[in-house]
Design a protein around this ligand. Structure first.
Ligand SMILES: [Zn+2]
Length: 218
């Protein structure tokens, strides 16, 4: 019988294959994590430098709340700090980060507005707590930063100030989303990637783009 770490490693490898099949984690981009325990906090997370379509159990590390590796060999994803911030702020059970073309494209095109507004799509109902397509989802865009301590602080501030969001984008970088469980997080990444591609194709196919500013910016 599998222990929680082995089970999380198996499931994260499966997530990697699914995201790779969609072209969302090319090269060695992207990173995934799942919470193993909360007191003390323990997280299974992908090792840095791995191709997410080829993950094995050896590519998954267990880290504690300061990012210290307590099981496995190697260095956790550089963005482990962001995973920890999201887990703590949202009580998330899993965090998924992808580098798709559409999330990267929209993160740049919508950066000046502070975020991407999505409304009227049936697929919005795939986001936890959303019951109708008449929902407006704002996906915030944050400036990219190689300083993870600084970026972690920005993420913490965003999540505290905008408690309704299900995801955020890093400019010219990619998407972060999460869920109460790993299954919820997988659903969210699929839904959000679908919505971002739909919005990008609709808004940037020759029609004028909206000039609306994100509500927390006005
Ligand atoms: Zn990244």
């Amino acid at each position: 019988m599998n222990n929680p770490f082995d089970e999380a490693a198996r499931l994260l490898a499966d997530v990697g294959r699914r995201c790779d099949a969609r072209g969302w984690v090319l090269g060695t981009s992207g990173n995934f994590s799942a919470v193993l325990g909360r007191a003390p906090l323990r997280i299974a997370i992908t090792r840095s430098g791995t191709h997410k379509g080829d993950l094995t159990a050896a590519d998954i590390l267990e880290i504690a709340d300061e990012g210290i590796v307590v099981r496995g060999t190697g260095v956790p994803s550089a963005e482990a700090r962001l995973h920890l911030e999201i887990v703590c702020a949202r009580n998330a059970g899993a965090v998924l980060h992808t580098h798709s073309v559409w999330s990267t494209f929209l993160s740049d095109r919508c950066a000046d507005r502070g975020g991407v507004a999505i409304e009227g799509y049936e697929m919005l109902k795939g986001l936890s707590g959303v019951l109708t397509h008449e929902h407006r989802e704002w996906i915030p865009v944050l400036d990219n930063d190689q300083n993870m301590a600084r970026l972690g602080g920005v993420v913490r501030e965003l999540l505290a100030g905008w408690p309704d969001c299900h995801a955020f984008l890093l400019r010219r970088h990619g998407l972060y989303t999460w869920g109460a469980t790993l299954q919820d997080a997988i659903r969210h990444v699929e839904i959000v990637e679908f919505l971002l591609e739909s919005v990008a194709r609709a808004e940037y196919s020759g029609q004028p783009k909206s000039e609306e500013v994100a509500p927390w910016r006005s």
